[in-house]
Each structure stands twice: as structure tokens, then as C-alpha cells.
Design a binder for this molecule. Structure first.
Ligand SMILES: NC(=O)c1ccc[n+]([C@@H]2O[C@H](COP(=O)([O-])OP(=O)(O)OC[C@H]3O[C@@H](n4cnc5c(N)ncnc54)[C@H](O)[C@@H]3O)[C@@H](O)[C@H]2O)c1
Length: 344
């Protein structure tokens, strides 16, 4: 690829989330969308019209489109079950790939995808867009500053009564596989720790509109002796949390609570006497919005830079697989009703 030439991109899977990608991609000067592919042609045609993408090749056959267009990169927005095949095909065609979460539908597939990316010497990264929000970055910086001491315990709660329709209604482990991956990845990012073991219970609440389990509670043992607990449901009507969830961080010198957006409070212990020790409130400085790119767009920009510079994106698949391993270990624990050691 020439230094100043545009990066030719084919986007595969033109469903709901592709809008977030195309919004960013059509504003990025370095990108030329050369193809829009979907097994349902009308979805690709609709997105071409909506985003005024003139001249892009529209197809239902991904392999043929890759042979014909020879793109530099593929944006993979297909459903989770199709991530493995489409990503492997793209890597084998010499393309860098940015794929929607979850990286793969099985851990074995994810391992093969990481191996193939190394073999093809291409960037393979996952849209773990929450890492690219200013609020989470602000909280992460606060936590690593050590103001509340070394973290010992982290709790997160995710409760949203989401009526999607579509593939999720029939998806096994829908909460853990399709959504908890975001929260688990956030836990790794916020605490700078990696998973060692998990005990999980998964269930489908009475009255659920999902076919399979839409609620789960999990306790993870993380590196550094940290315990991280996850409570979640996609089938909880009313009193919804934010999409990033509610969080409590307990350090050796204080605690912090966060609503996943801009409500963050923290207290540091300053006294050394009394039943409840005296505390002082701590401030947090969230970065100004323009300091860092947000969400999908931020990740897409970083991916483009990494293609050019050869650097690894923060959500490179060989690191992201650790977040995915949390998901599959939680599923295995729920099935076997016992604690599972996490191996990548
Ligand atoms: N990062 C986020 O915040 C976020 C949010 C929503 C969805 N997602 C993820 O995005 C992905 C897609 O979700 P969605 O809500 O857009 O689903 P969707 O069903 O609306 O769209 C998926 C599209 O992929 C197409 N498709 C399926 N298999 C294909 C294949 N083999 N080749 C080509 N096209 C194929 C479908 O026809 C459909 O148009 C999922 O992995 C989902 O978890 C991520």
C-alpha cells in the first residue's frame, strides 16, 4: 500500500450495527469503501443509499468480491456465528480485519483466527468500543493512579430489558456471549488484570422473551488476587442500568462507584481511628470530549493507524481472546456447576 493512498475497505454484514461503522468510515478521509456485502442483498443496497456510497460493489458472495476488489481491509459486521468463516476468508485473502464483538463463536475458532492473523502478518482487531469512551478512560486513569490504593474487589451490574427481535432471541448464552463480553473486557481494561478462574450461574427468568438463558451471575478470580463479580440480565424490565453498567471498585485505601457514564464518586480513607474510618471525597477529571475519539470511530481510526504503522491496536485479537475466554469459561462453569480454571 502506498504511503498516502486510501485504504480500500470491504464491509461485510450490512445489518443494524453497520450504521455505526459506516457513519465513521464515510467521514474518515483515509478510507474508500469499495464493497458492501451481505447475504441479504437488499441490506447492502439500503446502506449504500443511506450513506450515499457511490460506486461501491454490492454483492452477496464475499469470496468473489474479495477476488475482484482486492481490498486492504475488511470490516466484519456479520452475526457472531459467521465471524470465523468470514474473518478467516479475509485474512487468507491478505486483508487486515476489524471484526465486531464477539471475536468468535467458540474459543477454538478464536485461537485459529489469531494464528491465521499471525501467519498472514495482518492486523486482526475486535470492536470492543467501550474502551474508546472518554468516561471509561477517565475512570481507568483514576484507578491506576492508586488514589484508592490497590484494587481488591470489583462489582459490576448490567440490567437492561432489551427487546431486540432478530438473532438474539434464538441465541444460546445470549447475555454472556453477545453482551457480557463488553463488561468482561471493561473489567480487564479498568483493573489491568487478567482472568484466572470463574464460577457462574446462568438462567432464563420466568417470562423471558429470549429462548435461552438471558441472566447470569459470575465470580472471577483475576491476577493480583482481585475478585471481580458480574451480575447481569437482558431480561430485567425497569430500573435499567447504563449499557456500560454500574460499578463499585474497592481498593485498600478507599472505594469508588460509577454509573458507566459521568456519575462517579470516590472516597479515600484519611482517619486511622473509629468504627468507620473518616473519609475524604475524591474528584475525577473526565477528559474533554475532543481529546479522544469515541466508540466505533475511535477504534476504526486506531485500526487504520495500526495498518499504516504496524503497531498493535488496543483490542488486537491476541489480547481480546482473554476477554472471550472469560465468556466461554463462564458458560462452561454454568453448564458444569463448578469453578473453571481459565486457559487462553
Ligand atoms: N459493538 C457494539 O456495541 C455492538 C452493538 C450491536 C451489535 N454488535 C455486534 O455486531 C454484529 C452484528 O449485529 P447486528 O445487530 O448488526 O445484527 P443484524 O442481524 O442486524 O445484522 C447482521 C447482518 O449480517 C448479515 N450476515 C449474516 N451472515 C452473513 C454472512 N455469512 N455473510 C454476509 N453477511 C452476513 C445479515 O444478513 C445481516 O444483514 C454481532 O456480532 C453483534 O454482537 C455490536
Amino acid at each position: 500500500m502506498k504511503k498516502n493512498s486510501k485504504i480500500k475497505v470491504v464491509l461485510v454484514g450490512c445489518g443494524a450495527i453497520s450504521r455505526a461503522w459506516l457513519y465513521a468510515a464515510t467521514r474518515e478521509k483515509e478510507i474508500e469503501i469499495v464493497g458492501l456485502i451481505d447475504i441479504k442483498k437488499s441490506n447492502a443496497e439500503e446502506k449504500a443509499r443511506e450513506f450515499k456510497i457511490v460506486g461501491a460493489h454490492i454483492d452477496t458472495n464475499f469470496k468473489e468480491a474479495l477476488n475482484r476488489l482486492k481490498p486492504d481491509a475488511v470490516f466484519n459486521c456479520t452475526v457472531p456465528e459467521a465471524h470465523y468463516e468470514t474473518t478467516m476468508t479475509a485474512l487468507k485473502h491478505g486483508c487486515h480485519v476489524l471484526v465486531e464483538k464477539p471475536l468468535a463463536h467458540t474459543l477454538n475458532h478464536a485461537r485459529k483466527m489469531v494464528e491465521q492473523a499471525e501467519k498472514s502478518k495482518k492486523v486482526l482487531a475486535v470492536i470492543q468500543n467501550r474502551r474508546y469512551y472518554n468516561y471509561i478512560r477517565g475512570v481507568q486513569r483514576f484507578l491506576i493512579s492508586g488514589k484508592i490504593g490497590e484494587l481488591t474487589t470489583v462489582n459490576s451490574e448490567f440490567y437492561i430489558g432489551a427487546h431486540f427481535g432478530g438473532f438474539r432471541d434464538q441465541m444460546k448464552h445470549v447475555l454472556l456471549l453477545d453482551m457480557a463480553i463488553h463488561t468482561f473486557d471493561m473489567a480487564r481494561f479498568l483493573t489491568a488484570s487478567d482472568p484466572l478462574a470463574v464460577y457462574c450461574k446462568e438462567w432464563n427468568p420466568a417470562g423471558s422473551w429470549y429462548k435461552y438463558d438471558a441472566s447470569a451471575n459470575a465470580i472471577f478470580h483475576m491476577t493480583g488476587g482481585l475478585v471481580y463479580t458480574y451480575l447481569g440480565s437482558w431480561c430485567a424490565e425497569g430500573m435499567n442500568t447504563t449499557w456500560a453498567g454500574n460499578w463499585r471498585f474497592i481498593g485498600q485505601k478507599g472505594s469508588a462507584i460509577w454509573d458507566g457514564m459521568n456519575n462517579f464518586s470516590a472516597q479515600k480513607v484519611v482517619g486511622c481511628k473509629g468504627f468507620i474510618r473518616k473519609t475524604r471525597n475524591l474528584d475525577i477529571k473526565f477528559p474533554h470530549k475532543k481529546d479522544e475519539n469515541e466508540g466505533h470511530w475511535g477504534l476504526i481510526s486506531e485500526f487504520l493507524q495500526c495498518i499504516k504503522t504496524g503497531k498493535k491496536p488496543m483490542t488486537s485479537a491476541d489480547d481480546n481472546i482473554k476477554s472471550l475466554a472469560m465468556v466461554f469459561a463462564a458458560i462452561e462453569s454454568a453448564k458444569k456447576k463448578k469453578e473453571i480454571q481459565i486457559r487462553i
